[in-house]
Design a protein around this ligand. Structure first.
Ligand SMILES: Cc1cn([C@H]2C[C@H](O)[C@@H](COP(=O)(O)OP(=O)(O)O[C@H]3O[C@H](C)C(=O)[C@H](O)[C@H]3O)O2)c(=O)[nH]c1=O
Length: 183
Protein backbone atom coordinates (compact mmCIF):
# COMPACT_ATOMS: atom_id res chain seq x y z
CA UNK A 1 0.00 0.00 0.00
CA UNK A 2 1.14 3.59 -0.71
CA UNK A 3 -0.07 6.33 1.65
CA UNK A 4 -0.38 9.67 -0.13
CA UNK A 5 -0.84 12.75 2.09
CA UNK A 6 -3.76 15.06 1.40
CA UNK A 7 -4.65 18.62 2.40
CA UNK A 8 -5.95 17.35 5.74
CA UNK A 9 -3.59 16.20 8.49
CA UNK A 10 -3.69 12.39 8.93
CA UNK A 11 -5.99 11.90 5.92
CA UNK A 12 -4.48 9.78 3.14
CA UNK A 13 -5.25 8.46 -0.29
CA UNK A 14 -4.15 4.84 -0.23
CA UNK A 15 -3.04 3.21 -3.47
CA UNK A 16 -2.64 -0.54 -3.81
CA UNK A 17 0.63 -2.28 -4.67
CA UNK A 18 -0.77 -4.99 -6.97
CA UNK A 19 0.86 -8.32 -7.60
CA UNK A 20 0.02 -9.00 -11.22
CA UNK A 21 0.25 -12.11 -13.34
CA UNK A 22 -1.43 -13.60 -16.39
CA UNK A 23 -4.64 -14.18 -14.37
CA UNK A 24 -4.94 -10.56 -13.20
CA UNK A 25 -3.90 -9.07 -9.86
CA UNK A 26 -3.84 -9.57 -6.13
CA UNK A 27 -3.33 -6.71 -3.64
CA UNK A 28 -3.55 -5.97 0.06
CA UNK A 29 -6.09 -3.26 0.84
CA UNK A 30 -5.69 -3.09 4.64
CA UNK A 31 -3.15 -4.15 7.28
CA UNK A 32 -3.89 -3.53 10.96
CA UNK A 33 -0.20 -3.51 11.88
CA UNK A 34 0.71 -0.99 9.18
CA UNK A 35 -2.23 1.28 10.03
CA UNK A 36 -1.50 1.13 13.77
CA UNK A 37 2.19 1.89 13.17
CA UNK A 38 1.09 5.03 11.30
CA UNK A 39 -1.25 6.05 14.14
CA UNK A 40 -4.32 5.34 12.00
CA UNK A 41 -7.43 3.48 13.13
CA UNK A 42 -6.74 -0.24 12.80
CA UNK A 43 -9.95 -1.77 14.17
CA UNK A 44 -13.16 -1.47 12.10
CA UNK A 45 -16.17 -2.98 13.88
CA UNK A 46 -18.57 -1.88 11.13
CA UNK A 47 -18.33 -2.22 7.36
CA UNK A 48 -20.98 -0.63 5.14
CA UNK A 49 -21.81 -0.27 1.47
CA UNK A 50 -23.71 2.40 -0.38
CA UNK A 51 -25.05 2.05 -3.90
CA UNK A 52 -25.89 5.19 -5.85
CA UNK A 53 -27.83 4.71 -9.07
CA UNK A 54 -27.36 8.10 -10.70
CA UNK A 55 -24.34 10.27 -11.52
CA UNK A 56 -24.44 13.60 -9.69
CA UNK A 57 -25.86 12.27 -6.40
CA UNK A 58 -24.35 13.89 -3.33
CA UNK A 59 -24.25 12.08 0.02
CA UNK A 60 -23.09 13.83 3.19
CA UNK A 61 -21.26 15.37 4.66
CA UNK A 62 -21.62 13.19 7.74
CA UNK A 63 -19.64 12.45 10.87
CA UNK A 64 -20.23 10.72 14.17
CA UNK A 65 -19.72 13.06 17.11
CA UNK A 66 -17.86 12.51 20.36
CA UNK A 67 -17.60 10.31 22.32
CA UNK A 68 -17.76 7.91 19.34
CA UNK A 69 -16.05 9.89 16.59
CA UNK A 70 -15.36 7.53 13.73
CA UNK A 71 -12.54 7.16 11.23
CA UNK A 72 -13.50 5.86 7.78
CA UNK A 73 -11.64 3.90 5.15
CA UNK A 74 -13.65 4.29 1.94
CA UNK A 75 -13.19 2.75 -1.48
CA UNK A 76 -15.25 2.51 -4.68
CA UNK A 77 -16.20 -1.03 -5.66
CA UNK A 78 -18.18 0.13 -8.73
CA UNK A 79 -17.92 3.35 -10.72
CA UNK A 80 -16.21 6.55 -9.64
CA UNK A 81 -16.85 9.12 -6.88
CA UNK A 82 -15.46 12.51 -5.89
CA UNK A 83 -14.86 11.80 -2.21
CA UNK A 84 -14.41 14.67 0.24
CA UNK A 85 -13.31 15.05 3.85
CA UNK A 86 -13.57 18.22 5.93
CA UNK A 87 -11.45 18.71 9.04
CA UNK A 88 -13.70 19.56 12.01
CA UNK A 89 -10.97 19.23 14.66
CA UNK A 90 -10.36 22.70 16.19
CA UNK A 91 -6.93 21.59 17.46
CA UNK A 92 -5.86 20.39 14.01
CA UNK A 93 -3.47 22.52 11.89
CA UNK A 94 -5.84 21.91 8.97
CA UNK A 95 -9.07 22.76 10.82
CA UNK A 96 -11.85 23.73 8.36
CA UNK A 97 -9.82 22.62 5.34
CA UNK A 98 -11.17 20.06 2.87
CA UNK A 99 -9.49 17.34 0.84
CA UNK A 100 -10.82 15.36 -2.12
CA UNK A 101 -9.84 12.01 -3.62
CA UNK A 102 -11.32 10.57 -6.78
CA UNK A 103 -12.15 6.99 -5.84
CA UNK A 104 -12.74 4.43 -8.57
CA UNK A 105 -13.18 0.69 -8.85
CA UNK A 106 -10.67 0.86 -11.69
CA UNK A 107 -7.94 2.53 -9.61
CA UNK A 108 -8.81 0.42 -6.54
CA UNK A 109 -7.66 3.30 -4.34
CA UNK A 110 -9.06 4.26 -0.94
CA UNK A 111 -9.45 7.38 1.20
CA UNK A 112 -8.56 7.23 4.90
CA UNK A 113 -10.55 9.89 6.78
CA UNK A 114 -9.54 10.36 10.44
CA UNK A 115 -11.98 10.66 13.32
CA UNK A 116 -13.17 14.23 13.72
CA UNK A 117 -13.62 14.80 10.00
CA UNK A 118 -16.85 14.92 8.01
CA UNK A 119 -17.21 12.79 4.88
CA UNK A 120 -19.19 13.33 1.73
CA UNK A 121 -19.18 12.07 -1.83
CA UNK A 122 -20.50 13.03 -5.26
CA UNK A 123 -21.05 10.16 -7.67
CA UNK A 124 -19.24 10.75 -10.97
CA UNK A 125 -20.84 7.75 -12.69
CA UNK A 126 -24.15 5.94 -12.60
CA UNK A 127 -24.11 2.72 -10.53
CA UNK A 128 -21.50 3.96 -8.06
CA UNK A 129 -20.90 1.68 -5.09
CA UNK A 130 -18.74 2.52 -2.06
CA UNK A 131 -17.39 0.20 0.63
CA UNK A 132 -16.78 1.70 4.08
CA UNK A 133 -14.73 0.41 6.98
CA UNK A 134 -15.80 2.34 10.09
CA UNK A 135 -13.78 2.53 13.31
CA UNK A 136 -16.76 2.96 15.62
CA UNK A 137 -20.12 1.28 15.99
CA UNK A 138 -22.97 3.38 14.62
CA UNK A 139 -24.90 5.51 17.10
CA UNK A 140 -27.77 7.42 15.44
CA UNK A 141 -27.87 9.83 18.38
CA UNK A 142 -24.35 10.97 17.43
CA UNK A 143 -24.90 11.03 13.64
CA UNK A 144 -24.20 14.63 12.57
CA UNK A 145 -23.81 16.48 9.30
CA UNK A 146 -22.57 19.66 7.66
CA UNK A 147 -23.68 21.21 4.39
CA UNK A 148 -21.81 20.41 1.18
CA UNK A 149 -21.95 24.10 0.22
CA UNK A 150 -21.16 25.61 3.63
CA UNK A 151 -19.04 28.79 3.13
CA UNK A 152 -17.04 27.79 6.22
CA UNK A 153 -15.34 25.16 4.01
CA UNK A 154 -15.87 26.38 0.37
CA UNK A 155 -15.53 22.88 -1.07
CA UNK A 156 -14.84 22.97 -4.82
CA UNK A 157 -17.13 20.22 -6.15
CA UNK A 158 -16.63 19.31 -9.85
CA UNK A 159 -20.28 20.18 -10.54
CA UNK A 160 -23.47 20.94 -8.62
CA UNK A 161 -25.35 17.89 -7.33
CA UNK A 162 -28.38 16.75 -9.32
CA UNK A 163 -29.70 14.57 -6.50
CA UNK A 164 -29.45 15.06 -2.71
CA UNK A 165 -31.49 13.84 0.26
CA UNK A 166 -33.74 16.18 2.20
CA UNK A 167 -31.49 15.68 5.21
CA UNK A 168 -28.33 16.56 3.31
CA UNK A 169 -29.94 19.58 1.66
CA UNK A 170 -30.86 21.08 5.02
CA UNK A 171 -27.83 20.74 7.31
CA UNK A 172 -27.42 23.79 9.57
CA UNK A 173 -24.54 26.16 8.92
CA UNK A 174 -21.36 25.16 10.73
CA UNK A 175 -20.23 27.53 13.52
CA UNK A 176 -16.41 27.31 13.70
CA UNK A 177 -14.97 26.81 17.19
CA UNK A 178 -12.04 28.89 18.46
CA UNK A 179 -8.88 27.33 17.03
CA UNK A 180 -6.98 25.11 19.41
CA UNK A 181 -9.97 24.14 21.54
CA UNK A 182 -10.26 20.44 22.22
CA UNK A 183 -13.21 18.75 20.52
C1 LIG B 1 -24.25 4.94 8.76
C2 LIG B 1 -25.47 4.10 9.05
C3 LIG B 1 -26.71 4.46 8.60
N1 LIG B 1 -27.80 3.66 8.89
C4 LIG B 1 -29.12 4.03 8.38
C5 LIG B 1 -29.54 5.46 8.63
C6 LIG B 1 -30.44 5.76 7.46
O1 LIG B 1 -31.75 5.31 7.74
C7 LIG B 1 -29.89 4.88 6.33
C8 LIG B 1 -29.04 5.65 5.39
O2 LIG B 1 -28.07 6.30 6.16
P1 LIG B 1 -27.50 7.69 5.66
O3 LIG B 1 -28.63 8.56 5.27
O4 LIG B 1 -26.51 8.16 6.67
O5 LIG B 1 -26.74 7.23 4.34
P2 LIG B 1 -25.88 8.19 3.44
O6 LIG B 1 -26.53 9.51 3.29
O7 LIG B 1 -25.53 7.41 2.25
O8 LIG B 1 -24.55 8.41 4.31
C9 LIG B 1 -23.44 7.61 3.99
O9 LIG B 1 -22.63 8.36 3.15
C10 LIG B 1 -21.98 9.45 3.78
C11 LIG B 1 -21.08 10.09 2.75
C12 LIG B 1 -21.25 9.00 5.00
O10 LIG B 1 -20.08 9.32 5.26
C13 LIG B 1 -22.01 8.19 5.93
O11 LIG B 1 -21.14 7.54 6.87
C14 LIG B 1 -22.83 7.15 5.28
O12 LIG B 1 -23.86 6.79 6.18
O13 LIG B 1 -29.09 3.87 6.97
C15 LIG B 1 -27.67 2.52 9.63
O14 LIG B 1 -28.69 1.82 9.88
N2 LIG B 1 -26.44 2.16 10.10
C16 LIG B 1 -25.33 2.91 9.83
O15 LIG B 1 -24.23 2.53 10.27
Amino acid sequence: MKFIPTAIADAFEIEIDPRTDARGLFARTFCAETFAARGLASVYPHCNISHTAKRGTLRGLHYQDAPKRDAKLVRATRGTAFDVAVDLRPHSPTYLRWAAVELSAEKRNAFYIPAGCAHGCLSLTDECELFYQISEVYDPALDCGVAYDDPAFSIEWPFAPAFISERDATHARYIPAPRGTQP
